[in-house]
Design a protein around this ligand. Structure first.
Ligand SMILES: NC(=O)c1ccc[n+]([C@@H]2O[C@H](COP(=O)([O-])OP(=O)(O)OC[C@H]3O[C@@H](n4cnc5c(N)ncnc54)[C@H](OP(=O)(O)O)[C@@H]3O)[C@@H](O)[C@H]2O)c1
Length: 415
């Protein structure tokens, strides 16, 4: 069981999976998150391919657990830079394994469905790997090294879904970027099959297996699977764009120039071992994809809103922000607020009922109050968020209960 005082080193934590792993581990133990790419403030720099840096870092931190996520995951980059790929994806594992062996601590290594050649329709943990690409081979090398440890947990992941608009480098975000660029027809391959893998579920599996000392080899993807075309069609449904955007099915030769690394026909994983110990952590990919899309703001407002609505909210936002009547009205309310508040601003909650695109809520928050906005129009709220109004918490229609509670507690009401 991981305890609050345990130190857990997470390598490659600035990536898609790292975002979820950090979230799941951060309150449970002392996390030391590192990456070669310092894209968030809580990361320390560690290049796992440099043996002496890894040894020095680990000797200094003295971890009780290592979660090794660091890898070069761009398959084309790996084809073009095989030495770097092996140094990172196999050599990096060797470097952390040495410390783990010497100190007899558990290590988690994330492998990939890409270690199989795709000749079968789906793969269990006992199927024989035969990687086709440099990425697959270098990751399989890492797997073999990790498995030499008595306390290793090797989890083979599927098509990763996670990280959100900023960190997701893979299929889901590639499609969303095309949508944002205005594509009304997506060319998607129908001859590659796989199982999506939700980073939050995988992060929970990592924690669960470590907590319960369940060492061994696992497949850790979602349940089910399909072709890339199947996944993109469901993605469009989740985004509410299935009636506006068409999926044009193509075969892999269509992308042969850009995606030249050899990919297996099927990378579908079956989670036999994980289901034995943690069946609650293997959910259907559709549920996970919907959850992933709902977790982040993908800034697709423009695509879901008609031109007329767009221009209405643009004008409305401008008027709300600049018109003298609105400005004076806000000044009066702010003045009143000061006289109503018995507590200092940071302990005073203010609800703007009918907040529109949220200018006033933002101003109130800037004055130090705990400001909330509520509006019947989800579009107005989304528009406010797109304009950079971020300091306040949004309460949509479904949270009207909050208002009732507030009124029942006889909070001062200004109208
Ligand atoms: N993404 C997938 O579809 C997928 C599928 C199956 C398994 N996996 C495995 O899951 C693990 C997590 O990957 P991910 O999906 O989170 O991909 P990711 O977003 O690319 O994360 C990997 C992180 O490792 C970093 N990194 C690269 N070289 C490094 C080095 N020498 N030292 C330290 N960090 C380094 C990367 O930085 P840069 O961004 O600068 O390269 C990136 O931040 C990896 O082991 C990957 O092989 C991924």
């Amino acid at each position: 069981m991981i305890h609050k005082t345990d130190r857990v080193v997470i390598t490659g934590c600035g990536g898609m999976l790292g975002e979820a792993v950090f979230d799941i581990f951060k309150d449970a133990c002392q996390v030391r998150a590192s990456d070669i790419d310092l894209n968030v403030p809580w990361l320390e720099r560690l290049d796992v391919s440099v043996a002496k840096d890894v040894a020095l870092y680990l000797e200094k931190v003295k971890p009780n657990y290592i979660v090794h996520l660091a890898a070069l995951t761009d398959m084309e980059y790996c084809e073009l830079h095989p030495e770097e790929a092996y140094a990172t994806n196999t050599g990096g594992v060797q470097n952390v394994v040495e410390y783990a062996r010497e100190h007899n601590i558990p290590l988690v290594y994330i492998s990939t469905a890409g270690i199989f050649d795709g000749g079968k329709d789906e793969y269990t943990e006992t199927d024989v790997p035969n990687p086709l690409s440099v990425y697959g081979k270098s990751k399989y090398g890492g797997e073999l090294v990790a498995k030499t440890l008595p306390k290793s947990i090797v989890i083979r992941a599927g098509w990763m879904m996670g990280g959100g608009p900023k960190k997701d480098k893979k299929f889901i975000n590639k499609i969303i970027k095309q949508l944002r660029a205005g594509s009304k027809e997506l060319a998607i391959v129908n001859d590659k099959f796989g199982t999506p893998c939700h980073t939050y579920d995988l992060a929970q599996s990592i924690k669960y297996l470590l907590d319960n000392n369940e060492y061994g080899l696992y497949h850790g993807a979602c349940e089910g699977g399909g072709s890339r075309a199947d996944i993109s069609r469901y993605l469009l449904e989740c985004l509410g764009l299935d009636n506006q955007v068409k999926v044009k099915e193509v075969d892999s030769s269509y992308f042969a120039e850009n995606y030249f690394a050899k990919r297996p026909r099927s990378e579908k994983l079956i989670n036999i071992e994980l289901k034995k110990v943690a069946p609650h952590l293997t959910r259907d990919w559709r549920i996970c994809l919907k959850e992933y899309i709902d977790r982040f703001n993908w800034n697709l407002w423009d695509l879901n809103t008609s031109g007329m609505e767009r221009s209405f909210y643009k004008n409305y936002f401008k008027i709300e922000k600049e018109h003298w009547l609105m400005v004076v009205r806000r000044m009066i309310v702010e003045d009143n607020l000061k006289s109503y508040s018995v507590k200092p601003p940071r302990e005073t909650k203010v609800l703007d009922f009918g907040c529109g695109s949220g200018i006033f809520v933002d101003e109130i928050a800037t004055l130090g109050y705990k400001a909330h906005g509520l509006d019947i129009s989800e579009e107005a709220i989304k528009f406010g968020v797109l304009q950079g109004i971020k300091t306040w918490e949004l309460l949509m229609r479904t949270k009207l209960i909050f208002l009732t509670i507030l009124l029942m507690r006889s909070a001062p009401l200004m109208s």
